[in-house]
Design a protein around this ligand. Sequence first.
Ligand SMILES: [Zn+2]
Ligand SMILES: [Zn+2]
Length: 218
Amino acid sequence: MAYSAKGGNYIINPGDAIIDMIPMLSGETDIIEINRSFFLEENITSDTKMTEPLKVIGNIVNMSGYMKLSLNVEMKYKALCARCLLPLDEVIVLNFVKTAAVAKSLENEETDEVITEYALIEENKLNLADIAEEQLYLEFPSRHLCSQDCRGLCQKCGHDLNESDCGCSLTEPDPRLEVLRSLLKDTDNKSETQSKTHKTHKTEDEETGNVCTDKLIN
Ligand SMILES: [Zn+2]
Ligand SMILES: [Zn+2]
């Protein structure tokens, strides 16, 4: 159910993401405005798919001593609900600031630190695709849900439990869940002081049998 990871149909012009830094490095200008759009070469995760070029807006300002890069990145993409596999239209918007620095001047610093704290200028160029992609990896949701209380699919028959109950899980309990249940009962016996609401909630989970359907997407 995964989308192809490589941007098969994307029109990628590498130049769209490249900022020429020579005007600032030579002292000709103190501000470079940025307003670009481009696809990344790969989707951020294998089960999501960009639907439009990224919008990258911001500027680079020479602060006399260092260069400040401020960016707003917007990406529209398709994802699947991690529980019921419903296709979702999503958008992620990031705002962040980095120090732009010439790669050569940072040669003595620790590599990991350089990557996360600086936007590197290499051969007088800043690659916005690399910078946006790195930030997206950091802040991308680990999973998507159609709603917080999505009930997912039945693990036995695949029925969408948001539509109705299928009854499977009640008549034929999964043996692996039985082990879990006996463990939970042990825990209950040991902690008599446990609150009543907590116990009620646990019983509901048992009835639906809707445990860990998140694994389905993998
Ligand atoms: Zn769902
Ligand atoms: Zn079922």
